[in-house]
Design a binder for this molecule. Structure first.
Ligand code: 3HC
Length: 295
């Protein structure tokens, strides 16, 4: 598939990342088929895109007409065949479990066009292993966005063992058309570049609190105001989803060893479904105003 021939992008999964990627693609002028497994999930994703586009329009980052036109390019679907049969690129952003992703690709392979490219938004899982369940491993790569996709500039474009250079070139051009900055990750390695650095940082912040060295607010104050990251470690964990961070860590722990052992504090947050902003409560309570970090 050449970049110039891309008109329709299917996005599988309408959660935090899926709806954000669909929004970015629609803003870039592509027809977007956003699919999730239940009507309510896909409707939530659509409503979130609408909220975000209106917010951007309110802040004069685009006109209301541009926001409405972008929303008009998004079709919300539940049927996989309807979602992927016309798509030139399929971007998958379903939950971060190897078995779920493999099932999705087995299904998608039945209906997708032969020349369509499959790009996975996985945060850490093996691109090569995922590509092996398809009949097009050379047309398969990682396309990893960051949360929130509409605000974050970077996209990691990751090569699997069998990915053709033409596939990586096309997906990099697509990322640029999405007004993003692609960085090519040459080796398929757990966590790629960004999560290999960021997720241990969020985990280490948990160990500091777990070991009673500092409070959540003290750690966040340090990460934000002294180290200079845009968010505190716990704010960031709540932003990406504590469950997402834990899945990445568990995989890195399994593949890379004990340095990546998840902290029990993070595990407890996930067990009690305090997943962050998306559930209204994580390390901070968002119904109660969110983080209040001392400067
Ligand atoms: N669409 C539109 N508006 C949005 C939005 C969205 N998706 N998300 C937040 N906003 C709005 C907020 O509602 C708020 O609006 P308000 O001012 O009316 O209350 C406003 O944006 C906040 O924006 P500001 O520019 O004032 O705030 P910041 O300067 O703090 O920028 C940020 C926000 C860009 C998110 C910044 O804090 C940041 O860069 N944070 C770090 C995020 C990050 O590192 N993400 C990567 C995580 S790793 C990852 O995702 C990988 C995965 O695999 C785990």
């Amino acid at each position: 598939m050449d970049f110039e021939d891309i008109e329709t992008v299917a996005v599988l999964g309408a959660g935090n990342m899926g709806h954000g990627i669909a929004e970015v693609a629609a803003l870039a002028g592509y027809q977007v088929q956003m699919r999730d497994i239940k009507e309510e999930f896909v409707q939530d994703g659509y409503d979130n895109i609408e909220w975000s586009l209106n917010k951007l329009a309110e802040k004069d980052q685009l006109t209301q007409q541009e926001a409405d036109e972008a929303l008009g390019r998004v079709t919300a679907l539940v049927d996989v065949e309807d979602a992927v049969s016309d798509a030139d690129v399929v971007i998958e952003a379903v939950p971060e479990k190897m078995v779920i992703k493999k099932d999705v690709y087995t299904d998608v392979e039945k209906y997708a066009k032969d020349d369509a490219i499959f790009a996975t938004n996985t945060s850490s899982l093996s691109i090569t292993e995922l590509s092996e369940v398809t009949e097009r491993p050379e047309q398969f790569c990682g396309m990893h966005f960051f949360n929130p996709p509409v605000r974050m500039q970077l996209v990691e474009v990751i090569s699997g063992e069998y990915t053709a250079d033409e596939t990586l070139d096309t997906i990099e051009e697509l990322a640029e058309a999405f007004d993003k900055t692609p960085v090519r990750v040459r080796k398929d390695s757990p966590g790629f570049i960004v999560n290999r650095i960021l997720v241990p940082l969020m985990n280490e912040a948990c160990w500091l609190v777990h070991d009673d060295v500092a409070t959540i607010e003290e750690v966040d104050s340090t990460t934000k105001f002294d180290i200079g990251l845009p968010m505190g470690s716990f704010e960031l964990s709540d932003q990406v989803g504590n469950d997402v961070g834990l899945h990445v860590l568990e995989y890195m722990h399994e593949m890379l060893g004990d340095a990546y052992e998840p902290c029990p504090l993070l595990e407890r947050k996930v067990d009690s479904e305090e997943l962050g902003k998306k559930t209204g409560k994580g390390f901070y309570d968002y119904d109660d105003g969110g983080a209040d970090i001392p400067t």
